[in-house]
Structure formats: structure tokens, C-alpha cells
Design a protein around this ligand. Structure first.
Ligand SMILES: NC(=O)C1=CN([C@@H]2O[C@H](COP(=O)(O)OP(=O)(O)OC[C@H]3O[C@@H](n4cnc5c(N)ncnc54)[C@H](O)[C@@H]3O)[C@@H](O)[C@H]2O)C=CC1
Ligand SMILES: O=C(CO)COP(=O)(O)O
Length: 372
């Protein structure tokens, strides 16, 4: 019989800890997995004590997920290289800005047959353009990486409130194993054989969540939010089509697509911090430092990365919503400009026959009964 599959979760913030609760229960219950789940903890002191020691003694991440008990088989490990020793599955769930550094530390410590699963929402850019976080991990560690993205506010998942999620995985057997590892009665996993689009949905949703905070900060209404959801989704689809042409549009109807955009609107950190940004006059950097207790904000950083890529390609005009979100959040553009952007957005379809260049949809059938 094959030896049991060992799992390590790399990252113990809000989402890392919540997913550790699910995976911890699953590896204990399912024979194919090793009983112990290792959780890499970026060490810090909390009330004079090491966070990793607190987690191992109390089975609670008092800093990033207070009030939630972790299964006893979840073992916090502060040494990154020791945390992945002999592990077969590495689950990456750290803020995207730390990925390169963490991968650098992991080089040479990862089993050659290991596989990765990234829960990280974000993108990177280099001189050649867009770089997926999963690709950074794949290139650095020479392992295949799948992704898990969806409408998954960590605190709600930890409280066992029902939600769905999407795993993007190109290997069918690996997809089945990852689903066994992640699914819970309150956490419904759907596996799709598409990675890049799923991952980009997760990253771009954080940009759209910032727009949600801006419209509420402007005291606009639910109809405005609906417009931002629609136009944000259109830009998301167009952006993904630009970098990864030909992806199945059905992906956008999964949890990683429309559901995550709506979820981000409701009570996410990006939304809440943008509301603070709108009312306090403080920068996002200052708000993150003052209000987030060590948590990291993804939306404004991702908006800046997306904007830089669009600027390099001279495509700001084709993505006016993403562009406006960056300019408002980081370049001092007045927030009310967002409304003008919505008003004049090029995705408004008011032609009788509109062949959409990216969606390949027609607003009315080509040969309608009233056609001459
Ligand atoms: N919180 C949520 O509800 C969800 C978050 N995500 C994504 O999961 C990823 C991780 O987010 P969270 O778990 O929420 O983190 P978080 O924002 O709650 O916590 C920040 C984490 O970063 C660690 N950290 C600080 N400095 C570090 C360094 N130099 N190197 C490595 N780690 C460092 C902290 O120890 C802490 O564990 C992000 O990409 C986020 O977009 C995805 C779905 C839900
Ligand atoms: O990605 C998330 C939920 O799916 C979490 O979003 P926030 O980081 O805005 O809380």
C-alpha cells in the first residue's frame, strides 16, 4: 500500500487557519492521508509568547482566527523548511507579496514528487508582463500547482456557514484527491480543469471589491453596486481573454467567478477597508498598519499591478473600471470619478446588433424575425 499522503499548509493568517480546520478534520478521517497536518506559522510574539506555541498549546490561532478551535492533529511549525519535509501536498495560503521570498526559502527542501495547491489571490508582474502566483511557485519549486478560489470569507467558513469553492486542476486524479482533502459538509468543492482563469478570477475580484467600498463611500445605492458587479465582471472576462484567450466562459459562473465578486461586496476586508479609506482620508498603507492587526490588504496592491500591466500595453481605456479603481485608491483621483467611469463605460451595449469582441455574444439573434 502506498504510504499516506502528507500535507503542509504554508500560511496561518485568517484564511490559512480556517482552511487548516477543514483539512485537519479531513486528513484525520481519510485513510489516504497522513494523520498529522503541519501548519507553517510565520513566527511572531503575541502577548509575550510565540504564536506557534500558543497554537500548539491551545489549538487556537488567537491572532488571526480567534475563537475557532483547530483539530488537535494540526501542528504549528515555525521553521518553513522543516514544515514541508517529506510533504506530498503543499497548500500555499500567504499574502501574495510574500510568495517569492517564501519560495526562495523552500528551494531544495521540497519533495520532488510534491504537488501544490494555491489559495492565494493576487498577481505579479515582471518585464514580460503578467505572472500568475501559481507559476511563481511552479517555477521556483518545480512542482505542479493547482488553485482553489471562491466566495470564501474565512471567518464564515470557520463558523461552518455554507459556501462553495472552485478548484482548478489539470490532472483528474489530483483533482479528486484535492477535493477529498478540502470538501466539508459546509464547504462544497467543484473541480474544473482550468487553472489560469480560476486564479485570475480570485485576484481580480479583490480589485472589484475596492470599487464596492468606493460606491458605498460615495453613498450610492444597491443599483450602483449591481452596475459595478456587471461591469467589473465584463472587465474580468476581457482581461482573462486578453492574457489567456479561449477559456470557457462557464468558469465565470462558478464560485470563483460571479459568486466571489458578490461575496467580496458583502463583508470582505477589501470592502471594509475601502469604506475606511473613503471616510478617514487616510491611505490604504496607513489603514492596513493601524486597523488590520497584521492582516494584509490585497485589493489596492492588485489594482496597482493590474494597472501597471495595462499601462505597459497602452490599454487603460479598454479597462476604465480597473484603471479608475487604481487611480482612486493610490493616485489621489477623486472618488466621484468612478461614477463617470460607470456612465461612459465602453461595455454598455446599446447598438441594435452588437457583436461583442470578447464574449462572442450577440445582444439579439443575427436573424431575428423582424430582420429585413
Ligand atoms: N481572509 C480571507 O477571507 C481570504 C483570503 N484569501 C487569500 O488568502 C491569502 C492569505 O490571506 P490570509 O490567510 O487571510 O492572511 P492574513 O491577511 O489574515 O494574514 C497575513 C499573514 O501573513 C503573514 N506574514 C506577515 N509577514 C510575512 C512574511 N514576511 N512572510 C510570510 N508571511 C508573512 C502573517 O503571519 C499572517 O499569517 C491572500 O492571498 C488572500 O487574498 C482567499 C480567500 C479568503
Ligand atoms: O477573498 C475573500 C473571500 O473569498 C476574502 O476577501 P477579503 O480579503 O476582501 O476579506
Amino acid at each position: 500500500m502506498a504510504p499516506p499522503t502528507k500535507v503542509t499548509i504554508i500560511g496561518s493568517g485568517n484564511w490559512g487557519t480556517a482552511i487548516a480546520k477543514i483539512v485537519g478534520h479531513n486528513v484525520r478521517r481519510r485513510e489516504r492521508f497522513d494523520n498529522e497536518l503541519r501548519l507553517f506559522v510565520y513566527e511572531e510574539m503575541v502577548d509575550g509568547k510565540k504564536l506557534s506555541e500558543i497554537i500548539n498549546e491551545t489549538h487556537e490561532n488567537v491572532k488571526y482566527l480567534p475563537g475557532v478551535r483547530l483539530p488537535d492533529n494540526v501542528v504549528a511549525v515555525p521553521d518553513i523548511r522543516a514544515s514541508v519535509k517529506d510533504s506530498d501536498i503543499l497548500v500555499f495560503v500567504i499574502p501574495h507579496q510574500f510568495v517569492k521570498n517564501i519560495c526562495g526559502q523552500l528551494k531544495g527542501a521540497v519533495k520532488s514528487t510534491a504537488i501544490g495547491l494555491s489559495l492565494i489571490k493576487g498577481v505579479d508582474i515582471n518585464e514580460t508582463g503578467l505572472v500568475l502566483i501559481s507559476s511563481i511557485i511552479e517555477d521556483a519549486l518545480a512542482i505542479p500547482v493547482s488553485v482553489l478560489m471562491g466566495a470564501n470569507l474565512a471567518n464564515e467558513v470557520a463558523q461552518e456557514k455554507f459556501c462553495e469553492t472552485t478548484i482548478g486542476c489539470k490532472d483528474k486524479d489530483v483533482g479528486v484527491m484535492l477535493k477529498e482533502m478540502c470538501q466539508a459538509p459546509y464547504f462544497r468543492v467543484a473541480v474544473v480543469d482550468e487553472v489560469e482563469a480560476v486564479e485570475l478570477c480570485g485576484a481580480l475580484k479583490n480589485v472589484i471589491a475596492v470599487a464596492a467600498g468606493i460606491t458605498d463611500g460615495l453613498d450610492q445605492g444597491d443599483n450602483t453596486k449591481a452596475a459595478v458587479i456587471r461591469l467589473g465582471l465584463m472587465e474580468m472576462i476581457k482581461f482573462i481573454e486578453l492574457f489567456y484567450p479561449g477559456r470557457d466562459k462557464w468558469i465565470f459562473l462558478q464560485s470563483c467567478g460571479i459568486a466571489d465578486i458578490i461575496g467580496g461586496y458583502c463583508n470582505g476586508t477589501n470592502y471594509k477597508m475601502t469604506m475606511q479609506f473613503m471616510t478617514s482620508g487616510k491611505s490604504f498603507v496607513q489603514l492596513e498598519r493601524e486597523l488590520m492587526n497584521g492582516q494584509k490588504l490585497q485589493g489596492p496592491t492588485t489594482a496597482a499591478e493590474v494597472y501597471e500591466m495595462l499601462k505597459n500595453k497602452g490599454m487603460e481605456d479598454q479597462f476604465p473600471l480597473f484603471t479608475a479603481i487604481h487611480r482612486i485608491s493610490s493616485e489621489g483621483m477623486p472618488a466621484k470619478e468612478l461614477i463617470k467611469c460607470l456612465m461612459h463605460h465602453p461595455e454598455h451595449m446599446d447598438k441594435e446588433y452588437h457583436e461583442h469582441p470578447f464574449l462572442h455574444l450577440r445582444s439579439v439573434p443575427a436573424t431575428s424575425p423582424t430582420s429585413p
